[in-house]
Design a protein around this ligand. Structure first.
Ligand SMILES: [Zn+2]
Length: 328
């Protein structure tokens, strides 16, 4: 184990490793990037490298400190996330963290706090953390993880050194799946293409279930004719019955319209996400155009956000699909 085995994010890793080696770690970082691209893995790796007993500025994964950090019970390393059953990181959690950061370190090394995701801190939690960052306790390292910085107070963001975590290259995700999960090359390439650069998404994919689901969804989108509002209503009602399914559908639909768009613009199938569905992509892109594919792709994000805010799912999906059938 060690930094050398982490796949992708080499730019951020280089910055962090050189800060570690030079004793110049900042006291607060903001790791910005989509879910599942390594933010948490790298934050924990830095904590291990600070506390590892066997290696200097790197981590072995096997010593007592590395193992306690991996198990979440090292006294100098805290991961702050919503308590079970809660949707937010509360001000009480942040106050408790502040208290702990002010204690002397158990091991004599830096105390580390990882806040994941920082965007689940409500306003008062963020304000409490801001106070801590304005007068940081000695020898502490606070790492905030977030998919985007928009939900964080600008004053909080400006107190942190920002590192960007981009989606991983498709080849990197495939490499991870082959090396860590012993997946064969063909399956790894397939799942990697669908994962949109997120190892987290790749791990959550059940390949067989996905093949079937995508077949049904793409068939449904393909069969919606111009002005087929009746068909769109039926599809919306079916998709609305389950919140997670509705969100999965929209996320996948984004990749589908992205594929149509890519093919319409480049006539090149190498960059498709839904690689195995090339025939259907060619068929649907022939009946569509750049403008409507782009519009549909953009609208998936808005629809997903409304469902996340708990607006009526059937109405949100109807509006989205009406846009699709009306836009051709
Ligand atoms: Zn170690």
């Amino acid at each position: 184990m060690g930094f050398a085995e982490i796949i992708g994010q080499q730019k951020s890793l280089t910055i962090l490793r050189s800060a570690l080696a030079n004793g110049r770690l900042h006291h607060a970082y903001l790791f910005l990037g989509p879910e599942g691209v390594g933010k948490h893995t790298i934050a924990v790796a830095v904590a291990k490298a600070i506390h590892c007993r066997d290696l200097e500025n790197d981590f072995c994964g096997g010593c007592v400190n590395c193992r306690r950090i991996a198990d979440g019970n090292h006294p100098d390393v805290r991961v702050i996330e919503p308590l079970s059953g809660k949707k937010e990181i509360s001000i009480a959690q942040i106050r408790e963290l502040e208290r702990e950061l002010n204690f002397r370190s158990f091991t004599g090394n830096r105390k580390v706090a990882i806040i994941d995701p920082a965007t689940l801190m409500n306003l008062s939690s963020q304000n409490a953390l801001l106070k801590t960052l304005e007068e940081p306790p000695p020898d502490c390292l606070i790492i905030l993880l977030a998919a985007n910085g928009g939900a964080l107070l600008p004053t909080l963001r400006s107190r942190c050194l920002r590192l960007s975590f981009a989606p991983l290259a498709r080849a990197d995700v495939a490499l991870y799946l082959q090396s860590q999960l012993d997946m064969n090359g063909g399956d790894a390439a397939f799942v990697a293409a669908l994962s949109m650069g997120s190892i987290g998404a790749a791990l959550a994919l059940d390949k067989d279930e996905w093949v079937e689901k995508r077949r049904i969804w793409s068939g449904m989108l393909g069969s919606l004719k111009t002005r087929d509002y009746q068909g769109a209503m039926i599809a919306a009602e079916a998709l609305a019955s389950n919140r997670d399914e509705a969100l999965k559908f929209l996320k996948w639909t984004e990749s589908w319209y992205r594929d149509l768009l890519v093919y319409e613009v480049t006539k090149d199938s190498d960059q498709l996400v839904n690689l195995d569905m090339q025939v259907e992509i060619l068929r649907q892109s022939a009946a569509s155009n750049v403008e409507s594919s782009l519009r549909a792709m953009v609208q998936t994000g808005g629809a997903a956000a409304r469902i996340q805010r708990n607006l009526n799912r059937r109405m949100v999906l109807e509006k989205f699909l009406f846009g699709v059938v009306g836009g051709r």
